[in-house]
Design a protein around this ligand. Structure first.
Ligand code: NAP
Length: 411
């Protein structure tokens, strides 16, 4: 029954991303996670349980006939995290979304279709949900009802991705930067300098590899981080201080460090040019910018900097948001179909006994009720009788199945 579907979730919509960590199951490995989830399931008398944790949400989806109120929610999360502060428990209803039945289903569809995401249209969530579902299925935490509900959510999400433009335009700064780089028609063997080896440039490196740019030199203060990125790219790593003595020239550079002042000053840039005079692509993703203004003004540069990209990302996000209306319309149909899908499954399960029951009736008729009369029949008549009963048995099995199917369709 859909009314048994419950969701307790903490998302970016009501709390900051750090606080979400307080509602996540902390475990050192998958065995520990499995056993913590099993304990939760048992302790709170849940029939089925699916646990989804991403960087901007944690979701406990379960089925139970129990009522979910503030007391339940508080106990539940105290069990998830025994260190939960008293002040958090006091405002638990403000932090945790508690959803049931239709409302829970609607939320699940929104999440899968990425319209509840921090970055609307980010398909990654569907992959994360699939992984989470696969684990709970393998671990025996979820069963038939969650399977049907989850499959419907996947179908709905696929329909949204296929029939709207919700994920069309990139909204990540790095992916927009790489798009601009690609537009500059840089050849695949172009010499690229990657300055900084933090999260942002690590992501930029992934995009470079994806687009087959491997002639990359990564510079960073801590060499180990540069080496890690260079290894994945098939490039080279050097300490940041070697930048001033680097004489191999370049075609493009991506600069992104946490330095609070520009690190690419006029002298350094001139020395990096190593006498080359053609236009270079310079991508500066740092805030504040890592490339000095003088450099941009003095040299021939196709300069791509973060402010422009941020503006583009904003516009693209606004475009995606407009698609939510279309997505919602599609999701309504998937939501409306849900009760009859559940009903159909219940009937299928009930009907499983029908063939065995009819077989037993046939056997009883032949071997008990009409046994004496059957014994008086000659071989060919007995054979005909058995064939007729087998025919009837098969036909009888089909009748209730068909009726049940029609009944479900009418609902
Ligand atoms: N994260 C994002 O989503 C995002 C998006 C766009 C732009 N940004 C901007 O990108 C910059 C870096 O962000 P991130 O997320 O990549 O940071 P991160 O993961 O913390 O990495 C910081 C990087 O900057 C280097 N660094 C820090 N201070 C430095 C200094 N004084 N001189 C030279 N190198 C220094 C670090 O070197 P070590 O490894 O040696 O510490 C490391 O390579 C910031 O300006 C940020 O505002 C971030």
């Amino acid at each position: 029954m859909l009314s048994h579907l419950k969701i307790l979730t903490v998302t970016h919509k009501r709390t900051n991303l750090n606080e979400i960590g307080n509602f996540v199951i902390k475990s050192n490995n998958s065995e520990e996670l499995k056993s913590r989830l099993e304990k939760l399931k048992q302790q709170f008398e849940l029939d089925e349980l699916l646990y989804v944790s991403t960087c901007n949400r944690v979701m406990y989806m379960f089925t139970t006939g129990r009522d979910i109120d503030s007391t339940f929610t508080s106990h539940f999360f105290q069990s998830v995290n025994s260190d939960l502060s008293l002040s958090t428990i006091e405002k638990i209803d403000e932090i945790v979304f508690s959803l049931e039945g239709e409302e829970a289903m609607e939320h699940l569809l929104d999440v899968a279709a990425s319209i509840d995401s921090l970055v609307i249209g980010e398909r990654q969530i569907l992959g994360q949900m699939r992984e989470a579902y696969e684990l709970s299925r393998q671990w025996g935490l979820s069963g038939d009802l969650i399977r049907i509900i989850f499959q419907q959510a996947v179908q709905a999400a696929k329909s949204v991705y296929a029939n709207t433009r919700i994920g069309d335009k990139p909204v990540s700064i790095v992916s927009l930067a790489i798009q601009k780089l690609l537009k500059s028609n840089l050849p695949k063997e172009a010499r690229i300098l990657l300055i900084g080896a933090g999260q942002t440039n690590a992501l930029a490196a992934k995009f470079l590899a994806k687009h087959n740019y491997h002639n990359v030199v990564v510079f960073n203060r801590s060499l180990d981080k540069a080496q890690k990125i260079a290894k994945n790219l098939g490039g080279k790593a050097l300490p940041l201080q070697d930048l001033s003595s680097y004489k191999d020239g370049f075609d493009a550079m991506i600069v992104c460090t946490g330095a609070t002042e520009a690190i690419i000053q006029e002298d350094l840039y001139r020395s990096l040019l190593a006498g080359e005079t053609d236009e270079k692509v310079v991508i500066d993703l740092a805030i504040p910018n890592n490339v000095a203004k003088d450099v941009v003004e003095t040299f021939q540069i196709n300069y791509i900097e973060i402010e422009g990209l941020r503006q583009l990302a904003k516009e693209n996000l606004a475009f995606r948001e407009q698609e939510i209306v279309k997505a919602k319309k599609l999701l309504v149909q998937f939501q409306q179909d849900m009760p009859s899908l559940i009903q159909q499954r219940k009937l299928e399960l009930a009907m499983r006994q029908v063939p065995e029951a009819i077989k037993a009736v046939k056997s009883k008729a032949l071997n008990e009720v009409f046994q004496k009369e059957v014994e008086t029949l000659d071989d060919s008549t007995r054979e005909l009788l058995e064939r007729m009963l087998t025919y009837m048995e098969k036909k009888c099995i089909g009748i209730p199945m068909k009726a049940a199917r029609e009944l479900t369709l009418q609902q």
